[in-house]
Design a protein around this ligand. Structure first.
Ligand SMILES: [Zn+2]
Length: 262
């Protein structure tokens, strides 16, 4: 299938609306008229993922995060991490399509997937930017403690680096979440105002967590990777059903770059 046609079909199947104005999603590297028969689906386009794509014969990497973000490149040389990836992709004739903010906001995307995995109900949207919502709020069927909630999430996400801030016995019933990097002061304030007991996100900094605790809001840092990675895997059967002429492969590269000490 021609790459530009395939991207259109992916956008429809994954229910992708236009990205945020400053986001760098879409076709990042590649020839729109190239023929694609195999796609590697991954959260990131790391060097390891590029090698994996080459080894499985994928002509396209569908990544959540764009490999290039803020820069306006004037040179593409192989000796920097960002441009080195572009260099490698072109060498291997592998294209990259990234959905990023479009997939974060999609009903099949990162936030709604985490909502389902936690087992929440009574969904409310929050954290609005350019008329898209990047956070979700929901209710647990049964009240639990913060320590139990974080431990259960660690198991569900198969993630050993889940951390929590707050008293382990704090009662948890109403949950706010924003996958990836959502540990912002204003999001904590909004979640607290809406009656949430805990905020689940990734990339939590010390002072931001302190601020949440001062507000009386517990925080669970599920790690940026684990909070979002599972949504890509769950999308694959949808893509495979809607676009049967192309093979979609779930990446087996472990992109969880953090470890915990034994
Ligand atoms: Zn992310």
């Amino acid at each position: 299938m021609i790459l530009s046609d395939l991207i259109h079909k992916i956008e429809v199947a994954a229910k992708l609306s236009p990205p945020l104005s400053y986001d760098n999603s879409g076709l990042i590297v590649g020839d729109p008229i190239a023929n694609i028969s195999r796609v590697l689906v991954s959260l990131d386009c790391s060097f390891d993922v590029i090698e994996e794509a080459a080894s499985v014969g994928a002509e396209l990497i569908f990544a959540h995060h764009p490999p290039l973000f803020w820069e306006k490149a004037k040179k593409i040389t192989a000796d920097t991490p960002e441009h080195g990836k572009v260099f490698r992709l072109i060498q291997k004739r592998i294209a990259v399509f990234a959905a990023h903010s479009s997939f974060d906001a999609s009903p099949l995307g990162t936030n709604d997937t985490l909502f389902d995995i936690i087992g929440l109900s009574e969904k409310e949207n929050f954290i609005c930017e350019e008329e898209k919502f990047f956070g979700r709020i929901g209710i647990l069927n049964k009240e639990t403690t913060l320590a139990e909630f974080a431990g259960c999430l660690s198991e569900k996400l198969d993630c050993s680096v889940v951390r929590y801030c707050g008293n382990k016995d704090t009662k948890i019933k109403k949950v706010a979440l924003c996958t990836g990097s959502g540990a912002e002061y204003e999001y904590f304030i909004e979640a607290k105002k809406l009656g949430c007991n805990v905020f689940v996100t990734g990339d939590v900094k010390y002072h931001n967590a302190q601020y949440a605790l001062d507000l009386g809001l517990s925080v669970v840092d599920a790690s940026h990777y684990a909070s979002e990675r599972i949504a890509m895997s769950r999308l694959i059967p949808v893509l495979q059903k809607e676009i049967p002429g192309v093979e979609f492969i779930d990446s087996s590269t472990n992109g969880q770059i953090f470890n915990h000490c034994q």
